[in-house]
Design a protein around this ligand. Structure first.
Ligand SMILES: Cc1cc2nc3c(=O)[nH]c(=O)nc-3n(C[C@H](O)[C@H](O)[C@H](O)COP(=O)(O)OP(=O)(O)OC[C@H]3O[C@@H](n4cnc5c(N)ncnc54)[C@H](O)[C@@H]3O)c2cc1C
Length: 461
């Protein structure tokens, strides 16, 4: 085994997971992170694995594609899933975390391995030796240019970030607590109901509101799963009411009915001091956000902790540029992990960080890289990055993990039964793969129970 350290650039979700797994496998790592010397427009904290927008890692139901991913990452000893479970806040079926505690725990785990040397400051040139690029969607300009010398191109599109409101500024005589269809341990969301008139007025204002204009040379290309509300509002009057503002399963206790539309707030921290407007990513200007979101019933006196923003996403055409070992065809010592490979989301980036660690370990030890099979959630993500999950000529686009990335389950069955079948098949395949992993794999875990809602929800009525 070579004993020169491996350089991991970026201590985000993917870089933290990758560096941790490499250290665990006996490698020395130099982790180069530009914070706190320099920050992207979205990063604010000094700790690792910063969650730049939502505090949710989405559904923890092991019979969803993302919940399967959670379960598998727990089994392989993911540092990100460990820190998420340790800092969980109530959010219905979802795995949501208190972001500061989560990030602090990842930082603590990484800095206590004894094998990871952290070097702060922006990397502007490609370092020598084996390198993992885990610099994320907002890879700094200088490094992007240096990389372009190897890739010959750069791809990008636009994502937008949702605002956060102070819990004690929400009018609790209007908001009601409920999870959709009562899912989860308690009523974890705050819901702001709208009648038809209020909703239509809101859509009109969102459509007319002033937006941040991208630079002239940048053509906005949005990720379909994370569209700004104004783009949805433009697509049709009722699109928001069928999207992030859908009222189904949310009974207002005062009327006993579902409202016409709902704005859902998800808890940002265990104390409930801050709440995220779910699905309200936007490129409205900040004054317009304050004005228009202030029209939402219950937010008339809102104090804003953070406003929504627009950001650019950088990613490689991985199926074309990378080998099955997740390194550049033109320079096999350069590996990639996380969102820069064209995966989308916190957990997807984490999972990719784990897979890349296995690939680097294989190169360094002269062994074969054996990712989990395509029927597992980790394997399905690998199928996406290598292009196996897509038709040969399809343009490569970032994606969350969805069952469409898995080889299909055969046979006609109801949607719910199909999900069960995907999950059962995946667990079996993961069990069969486990002996091939270069580290111990824990047995399948029964669901981690969400924390007691009553203890965590403390927003004043
Ligand atoms: C504004 C915004 C909102 C988002 N909202 C969500 C969301 O709500 N839910 C979700 O699941 N995903 C969201 N995403 C996607 C999210 O970025 C990814 O899911 C995840 O954080 C990507 O992980 P990563 O490790 O690839 O990159 P990151 O977590 O971004 O980590 C990259 C790290 O590399 C560092 N870095 C960059 N360039 C250099 C350099 N030259 N030298 C040294 N260090 C460098 C950065 O400082 C950063 O710490 C959002 C992304 C953005 C930008």
């Amino acid at each position: 085994m070579s004993n020169t350290p491996i350089t991991v650039i970026g201590a985000g979700l993917a870089g933290s997971e990758c560096a941790y797994q490499l250290a665990r496998l006996g490698h020395d790592v130099v982790l180069r992170e530009q914070k706190p010397v320099k920050r992207s427009p979205a990063h604010q904290s000094n700790t690792f694995a910063e969650l730049v927008c939502s505090n949710s890692m989405r559904s923890d139901n092991p019979e969803s594609a993302i919940g399967m991913r959670h379960a598998e990452l727990r089994r392989v000893g993911s540092v990100i899933l460990h820190a998420a479970d340790a800092n969980r806040v109530p959010a219905g079926d979802a795995l949501a975390v208190e972001r500061e505690g989560f990030s602090a725990e990842v930082t603590r785990k990484l800095t206590s391995t004894g094998r990871i040397t952290v070097v702060p400051g922006e990397v502007t040139e490609i370092p020598d030796g084996d390198v993992v690029f885990a610099t994320g969607p907002l890879t700094s300009e200088a490094l992007t240019s240096a990389l372009a010398r190897f890739t010959g191109e750069k791809l990008y599109f636009y994502d937008a970030i949702a605002p956060i409101v102070a819990g004690d500024s929400v009018d609790m005589s209007i908001a009601f607590r409920a999870s959709r269809y009562g899912k989860g341990e308690g009523a974890d969301y705050l819901n702001l109901p709208m009648n038809k008139e209020e909703y239509l007025r809101f859509v009109t204002e969102v459509r007319a509101g002033q937006k941040v204009t991208p630079h002239a040379f940048e053509e906005p290309k949005y990720f379909e799963g994370c569209l700004p509300i104004e783009v949805m509002a433009e697509r049709g009057e009722r699109v928001l009411a069928f999207g992030p503002m859908k009222p189904v399963g949310l009974t207002d206790p005062r009327t006993g009915r579902w409202p016409y539309a709902v704005v859902q707030l998800r808890m940002e921290d265990r104390a409930g001091t801050a709440w995220n407007l779910v699905g309200f990513q936007t490129r409205l200007t900040w004054p317009e956000q304050k004005r228009i979101f202030g029209m939402i019933p219950g937010l008339q006196n809102a104090e804003w902790v953070r406003m929504g923003q627009i950001h650019r996403n950088t990613f490689l055409d991985s199926p074309r540029l990378l080998t099955p070992q997740l390194c550049l065809k033109s320079e096999p010592r350069l590996f990639f992990a996380g969102q820069i490979t064209g995966v989308e989301g916190y957990v997807e980036s984490t999972a990719c960080g784990y897979l890349t660690a296995l690939a680097v370990h294989a190169r360094r030890t002269g062994t074969t890289f054996a990712p989990p099979p395509g029927t597992t959630a980790l394997g399905a993500l690998y199928r996406h990055v290598t292009g196996e999950a897509h038709p040969p000529d399809a343009p490569y686009q970032p994606t969350n993990v969805v069952f469409a990335l898995f080889p299909p389950v055969e046979g006609r069955m109801k949607k719910a039964d199909k999900r069960v079948a995907y999950a059962a098949r995946g667990r079996e395949a993961f069990d069969a793969w486990a002996p091939m992993a270069p580290h111990p794999v824990a047995p399948a875990i029964v669901r981690v129970p969400p924390p007691a809602a009553a203890a965590a929800v403390t927003v004043a009525p």
